[in-house]
Design a protein around this ligand. Sequence first.
Ligand code: UD1
Ligand code: CA
Length: 455
Amino acid sequence: MLEILILAAGKGTRMRSDLPKVLHKLAGKPLLGHVVDTAHALGAAQTCVVYGFGGEAVPQALADDKLTFVLQAEQHGTGHAVKQALPQLSDDSVTLVLYGDVPLTRTASLRPLVATAQAGALGLLTVNLAYPDGYGRIVREDGKVTRIVEHKDATPTERAIQEVNTGILAVATRHLKRWIDELKNDNAQGEYYLTDIIALAVRDDVSVETHQPACDWEVLGVNSKAQLAELERIHQNEVAQGLLDAGVTLMDPARIDVRGTLTCGRDVVIDINCVFEGLVELADGVQVGANCVLRNVKVAAATRIDAFTLIDDALIGEANRLGPFSRIRPGTTLARDVHVGNFVEIKNSQIDDGSKINHLSYVGDTTMGKKVNIGAGTITCNYDGANKHRTVIEDEVFVGSDTQLVAPITVGKGATLGAGTTLTRDAPAGELTLSRAKQLTLSGWKRPVKQKKEA
Ligand code: UD1
Ligand code: CA
C-alpha cells in the first residue's frame, strides 16, 4: 500500500506575497494541486498534506475528501514536518514524500522509487547539477550512498559534490517512524532534517537506491516569482509539444497557454497568443485565430473562430464562423452554420442552424430559431432593472438594424422588423412590424447660431 506525504508548510518568503506559496498558480492551478494530482495518479491509498504558513487557506483551497491535512504550526525542518503526519500513516505502507512547491514531477519518474521502497530499500531521487549550491549533497563511499549533507553544513570538499538531493524519497513507513524519532537538530540551521534518515538507513542495513528523473526540471521547486514563471514556461512548452505530437498546428508553440485540458481532433490550427482554460475540446478542422480566450468550451468540427474572440462556458456547433471580436458568454449554445461577427455579445441563448448575428449586437436570454438574420446594432432588452426576461425569435425572422426587443417578447416565424424599431409587444408571424415616427421635412428650417455676448 502506498501513502503519500506532501510537505507544504513553508512560508515562501521570497514570493513576497500574502498567499501561501503552494497556492500560487501554475497553468491556472495551485502548485499544490499539481502535486495532489500526481499523488492521485500514483494511486495513493492516502495522501496527507502537511500545511502551516497561511493557516486554513491551504486546506480550504484544496478541499478534497481524498486528502488528509495535518497542521505543522511551527516549521522546524523537513524531518519535523514528516513527524507531524506519521500518526496518520499505517505501519505496513510505503511512504512517498513529495513537496507542495515542486509541481512538475512526472509519475514515470516516481514509480521506480515506490517500487524500490516496496522491495524493502529506500528510494531516493537525485540529480546531478553543474551548480549544486544550496542543495543537500549525496555523499557516497565506494559508490554507495552513506548520508546526505546539507549545503550549510558541508565542508568545501562535500560542496564540490554535484549529485544533489531532490528531497523526494520513498521508504517503508515503519522504518520512517523509527528513524524520525531519532533525528536531532544540532546542525547549522537548528532544524530536524529529513535527510538525516539516510545515514540511519545505512546504519540499519536498509540499502539506499538512487533514481534520476527523466528531466531535471521535474524536480525544480518554486521559491520566487521568477522560478514560478520559469516553470510555467517549461510546463506550457511540454503541453505545446504534446499538441504538436498529436497533429495540431500551432503557429508558434511558444505562444499558447493551456490552463486546464485542451483536446483536439485532426487538422486543428491554432494561431498565436490563445489561452485555453478549464476543459476545451476542439473537433476536427477547427481553426482558432490569434488572441482568442476559450474557457470550458466544446467546438464542433469545421468551425472557424477569428481573432480576439472570447468564449466562456458554451457549446459551439459545426461549421460556425465566429469573430473577429465576438464574445460568447455562459449558457450559450450555437447550432450549425451560425455566424457571429464583430462586437457581438451573446449570453445564455440558444441560436439555431444558419442564423446570423454579424455586427454590434447584444443577444441575451434568447431562443432564436433557424435562418434568422439579426441586423447591426440589435439589442435584446432582457433586464427590467429587477428581473431577466426571455426573447423568442422564431425561424426565418429578419430583424432590421438598430432594433430593441423589450423582453419578454416573441417575434413570430418569418416576421420582419423594420430598422430602428423598439418592439414592446409580440410581432406576428409573416408580417412587417415597425415602430417608427413618420419621416418629415421642415422646409426652411434654420440651424440655431451662436449668440454674440453683449460687451
Ligand atoms: C531540502 C533538503 C535538501 C534538498 C532540497 C531540495 C532537507 C533538510 N533538505 O532543503 O537536501 O536538496 O530540499 O530542494 O530536507 N517544509 C515544511 N516544514 C518545514 C520545513 C520545510 O513543510 O518545517 C517544506 C517546505 O515548505 C518545502 C520543503 O519542505 O516545500 C523543503 O523545505 P526547504 O526549507 O525549502 O528545504 P531546503 O532547505 O531547500
Ligand atoms: Ca531550509
